[in-house]
Write a protein that binds this ligand. Structure first.
Ligand code: PEP
Ligand code: MN
Length: 339
């Protein structure tokens, strides 16, 4: 961190800042120019809020040198992190992990048909929402615990792992009992009590980027989970809100290489919510694999016309088969496989 003092700041103001820098256990490095003094703060600045210096009289600005997160950073953990699931599927590392299934669990028949379809294409992680965070209170809210039990039962029959969303801290133990991966949805990315609760869960967490959140904020949210003792965290780009209305959200494809550069956590892309239109999902999924995504989270419904949520963006089994085939070829071109 570098503290730039105002031009002609009083010597007492400079001294007070130096005292506070030392008081926080840092070594100040003072550089006096003809007009202004600059104070370098030597030490790991990450746990300190720059505002504690910014508010002091005579301070013009405070510039961070290190990112505001540590555990999530690639500097701290250079090697790619890999999340191993009990059924042998892996998120991170060499392969691109496919996670697929319906937006929401609607019934046993719907889930079984959708799960069998994706399983037959090599997918080993079944997605499906039991607790749905819907924009409208009148939309289908999910089957709750019954949905979790259906996910578990059908995934077990097929040897699949389950990824499902948890929307409140109280539900974390229940969801962790039935699912291998806890999903934190875009609308909850900054729900800090929920982040902490999933930190304690002992289950891998897929943290989705908020629709209006920066990459820095996403990684700070991941830091909450990591700081609460859970090092099995993956982050997910699922589209952000922009001025564009042609698609539901705008996939920030840059986020994939940017995240891979900044963090060693696995990076997943959700092309379904990013586009909101089934005819676009395959192309965006291919772009995500080409950009270096470690996993895809795709909505697949046995009969999208009848879906109770997100039908327009859900792929039917033949469309998903095409996506898998094409993404596998893209993955092979960059030395990876899908699975
Ligand atoms: C979902 O994956 O079902 C979902 C609700 O996604 P998001 O939180 O990204 O909107
Ligand atoms: Mn959905």
């Amino acid at each position: 961190m570098v503290i730039v003092m105002q031009a002609h700041a009083e010597p007492e103001q400079v001294a007070a800042v130096i005292a506070r820098v030392e008081g926080h256990g840092f070594t100040p490095h003072v550089s006096k120019g003809s007009e202004r003094t600059i104070i370098g703060v030597i030490g790991d600045e990450r746990p300190v809020d720059p505002e504690i210096f910014q508010v002091m009289p005579g301070v013009e600005r405070v510039v961070r040198i290190l990112a505001p997160f540590k555990l999530a950073s690639r500097e701290f953990h250079p090697a790619d992190r890999v999340i191993e699931l009990p059924n042998g599927a892996r998120l991170g590392g060499e392969d691109v992990l496919l996670m697929a299934g319906p937006c929401a669990v609607e019934s046993g028949e719907q889930l079984r048909a959708s799960a069998e379809a994706v399983h037959s294409l090599g997918v080993r992680v079944l997605r499906g929402g039991a607790f749905k965070p819907r924009t409208s209170p009148y939309s289908f809210q999910g089957l709750g615990e019954k949905g979790l039990l259906l996910l578990r039962e059908i995934a077990d029959e097929l040897g699949m792992a389950v990824i499902t969303e948890v929307v409140s801290p109280e539900d974390v133990p229940l969801v962790a009992e039935h699912a291998e991966i806890l999903q934190i949805g875009a609308r909850n990315m900054q729900n800090y009590r929920l982040l902490r609760a999933t930190g304690d869960s002992g289950r891998p967490v897929l943290l989705k980027r908020g629709l209006g959140s920066t990459i820095d904020e996403l990684l700070q949210a991941a830091e909450y989970i990591l700081a609460h003792g859970n090092d099995q965290v993956a982050v997910c780009e699922r589209g952000i809100r922009t001025f564009e209305t042609a698609t539901r959200f705008t996939l920030d494809i840059n986020a994939v290489p940017v995240l891979k550069h900044m963090t060693s956590l696995p990076v997943v892309v959700d092309p379904s919510h990013a586009t909101g239109r089934s005819e676009l999902v395959g192309a965006v999924a291919r772009a995500a694999v080409a950009a270096g995504a470690d996993g895809l989270l795709v909505e697949v419904h046995s009969n999208p016309q009848d879906a109770l949520s997100d039908g327009p963006q859900s792929l039917d089994p033949p469309q998903f088969a095409k996506l898998v085939e094409e993404c596998t070829r893209i993955a092979a071109a960059i030395g990876r496989t899908t699975g």
